[in-house]
Design a protein around this ligand. Structure first.
Ligand SMILES: C[S@@+](CC[C@H](N)C(=O)[O-])C[C@H]1O[C@@H](n2cnc3c(N)ncnc32)[C@H](O)[C@@H]1O
Length: 385
């Protein structure tokens, strides 16, 4: 039987409970015979115990995490010789391929916090481990052939002197889907869009809805909703440079086993965008998908669009789009009013910067989800009609 390992799935800060919903749903789809073992959850992520290959596969299956780490050690250390010693005893020849990985260090309330010294102790420890247990030639050859690729980084995290060492299985951040090429003004990260869509829809009944993004930009929300059950085989992942994967004989079968599916929550995806140039990009991004994006001004009057409409909006914040002076809470209220008149939505989700202190009536509010978008504190408000 394949060995079990701990994987820490990182989510945008504060949103791991929504990420966990996706994890549970998709685990049941792809691994129906096995109960998911969740070890812990905190505001930054979720720790699970699964087989190594299952952990790797989550990179293809999940759409809301930032990255997925394989946890390799946890120990207390308050001095560098101890850190060196602990690292040198790890079986690096089974985890790395002879490289000196880049080290991402973070420390809170811990004696060891100087990232340069941490990196040195870790690198020396890895060299010592390689010296005692040499890396096999076939892995060294793989390293030679892939030197310029995104090789796994090592993550060092210290909290109150308790250190966790992990190796990245993702590589370039997971929100890079590998298939979307063109971005408009201030696009939202795909992983965030995916999480917010889950928040908007998770407790609704199954009837197919029309998803409308009336300020669709390059189309991120519509594409993420449309591709929600798509398996991502369009990009490489860092786990593909792990010894275990290099040795694995059934790579193609492993990937082919996971089947993409349609998102049954939506029957139609509709977007509007005012800017012609951005509209052109959105149309390119959605070629071959059942997504319609047209030119439209959110404030223009039109016929009411009948049907079970769900609305999602990431309006301009001013800061990044350059209309700061016109953007205040009244602007967002006007957007909401216009959307209600035109689409009579079952529900409406809108991102508004925290600084505007938008304060909807409690009877209108389904949820209020604070997060950071490009560093800016914002709130995703989910409103009833
Ligand atoms: C923050 S961006 C949305 C980004 C989008 N969610 C994405 O990920 O690409 C806001 C978009 O609203 C568009 N916009 C601004 N005013 C508009 C209006 N009155 N009607 C429709 N779209 C508008 C802008 O051109 C911009 O593309």
């Amino acid at each position: 039987m394949e060995t079990l390992a701990q994987f820490y799935i990182i989510y945008p800060l504060g949103l791991s409970d929504l990420g966990l919903m996706e994890l549970k749903e998709k685990w049941n789809i792809h691994y129906p015979a096995q109960k998911l073992e969740i070890l812990s959850e905190d505001e930054g992520g979720v720790l699970i115990n699964v087989t190594t290959l299952q952990g790797f596969s989550l990179n293809h299956i999940l759409r809301s995490p930032t990255r997925i780490l394989l946890r390799v050690a946890e120990f207390k250390a308050r001095d560098f010789p101890k850190l060196f010693n602990k690292i040198s005893k790890l079986p690096m020849k089974h985890l790395l391929i002879g490289q000196r990985p880049e080290v991402e260090a973070s420390a809170t309330n811990s004696k060891l916090f100087d990232s340069r010294k941490i990196e040195k102790a870790i690198t020396d420890g890895i060299e010592e481990s390689y010296r005692k247990q040499p890396v096999k030639k076939k892995y060294l050859d793989h390293f030679e052939a892939n030197k310029t690729n995104d090789l796994p980084k090592l993550y060092y995290r210290a909290v109150d002197d308790m250190i966790t060492i992990s190796i990245d299985t993702t590589g370039e951040l997971l929100h890079k889907r590998g298939d979307k090429l063109f971005t408009g003004l201030a696009p939202i990260r795909e992983s965030l869009a995916s999480i917010l869509l889950a928040a908007l829809t998770h407790d609704l009944d199954k009837k197919p809805y029309t998803l409308i993004d009336p300020m669709s930009g390059s189309g991120t929300f519509l594409i993420e909703a449309h591709d929600s059950y798509k398996i991502n085989n369009d990009r490489p992942f860092a786990y593909q440079h792990f010894p275990l994967w290099i040795d694995y004989a059934l790579k193609k079968q492993f990937i082919d086993k996971f089947k993409s599916a349609e998102n049954e929550k939506f029957s139609k995806y509709l977007g509007f965008e005012i800017n012609e140039e951005v509209l052109k990009l959105a149309i390119k991004n959605t070629v071959g998908k059942n997504i319609q994006i047209k030119k439209g001004d959110i404030f223009a009057k039109s016929e009411v669009l009948p049907g079970d409409n769900l609305i999602v909006i990431n309006p301009p914040y001013g800061l990044r789009v350059g209309e700061k002076s016109d953007i205040n809470v009244e602007y967002y209220k006007k957007i909401i009013q216009s959307v209600r008149e035109k689409y009579n939505p079952v529900r409406l989700g809108i991102i508004i910067p925290d600084e505007h202190r938008f304060n909807p009536a409690p009877k209108d509010l389904v949820a209020r989800i604070p997060f950071k978008n490009g560093g800016l504190p914002v709130i995703f408000y989910i409103l009833k009609n």
